[in-house]
Design a protein around this ligand. Structure first.
Ligand SMILES: Cc1cc2nc3c(=O)[nH]c(=O)nc-3n(C[C@H](O)[C@H](O)[C@H](O)COP(=O)(O)O)c2cc1C
Length: 208
């Protein structure tokens, strides 16, 4: 027991809690979220508070938090509230550097596709464009936004329903299924660490 550091989150700085959570709950998949504001200005940003939570209906949830520093909100959250649409693109190793660059705090209205050289492709059912270079993209409507608090660090859950799926055929196997080895998806860990899923890191466990 002496070897265990035991902590009450209420006694810690938000920054410290944030660090522990991000290093412990890892690796986390990355939602590369494209949104537009009411004027049609495009925004693209990554979020690793992200996962799939339902297959029927198909629901993805991600969370642009209030900034710990100054309690401001992210453009992605504002856009999702305004227009109720988002395209969630998955991130693989070939676009990880550009994904990282889009997380800079650009002014509102700046298009991160243009800043990072990624290619916009018009969506079929929603206004935000998808990322051509991403292997898989999900066009979504925003069903609900759940605020988990009003202070800095509070998550704002964007509950998104998938209404159209785009899969680059280069990432399919001969049977037409998504080939996880080809995908090389990346995920976020603590600090500056990322990981990639490829032949060397992946393994199978047959269902018991
Ligand atoms: C890999 C990665 C994952 C991130 N995950 C989150 C997240 O889950 N929640 C969040 O609020 N910010 C996250 N960020 C930071 C945002 O991307 C960053 O604040 C960005 O500037 C927000 O852009 P926006 O204001 O245009 O929406 C992440 C950054 C990176 C590089």
């Amino acid at each position: 027991m002496d070897n265990v550091k035991s902590l009450d989150p209420l006694q810690l700085d938000t920054k410290e809690v944030h660090k522990i959570l991000l290093s412990s709950v890892a690796p986390r998949p990355i939602a590369f979220a494209s949104t537009v504001d009411l004027k049609g200005n495009v925004n693209l940003s990554p979020f690793s508070y992200f996962n799939v939570f339902s297959s029927n209906p198909p629901i993805l949830i991600f969370s642009p938090s209030r900034r710990v520093r100054d309690n401001t909100t992210k453009h992605t959250l504002e856009n999702a509230k305004e227009t109720k649409e988002v395209v969630i693109n998955v991130v693989n190793y070939s676009i990880v550097e550009q994904m990282s660059q889009t997380s800079r705090e650009y002014d509102k209205g700046v298009n991160e596709f243009v800043e990072t050289g990624l290619t916009e492709v018009p969506s079929l059912k929603v206004k935000p464009p998808r990322v051509l270079e991403s292997p898989i993209s999900f066009e979504c409507t925003v069903d609900n936004i759940v605020s988990l608090g009003e202070s800095g660090g509070a998550g704002q859950l964007i509950i998104a329903k998938v209404i159209q799926i785009h899969i680059n055929k280069d990432y399919l196997d001969t049977e037409g299924n998504i080939d996880s080895e080809k995908l090389e998806l990346v995920a976020r860990m603590g600090g500056d660490w990322y990981t990639k899923a490829n032949k060397e890191s992946m393994f199978k466990i047959p269902k018991p």
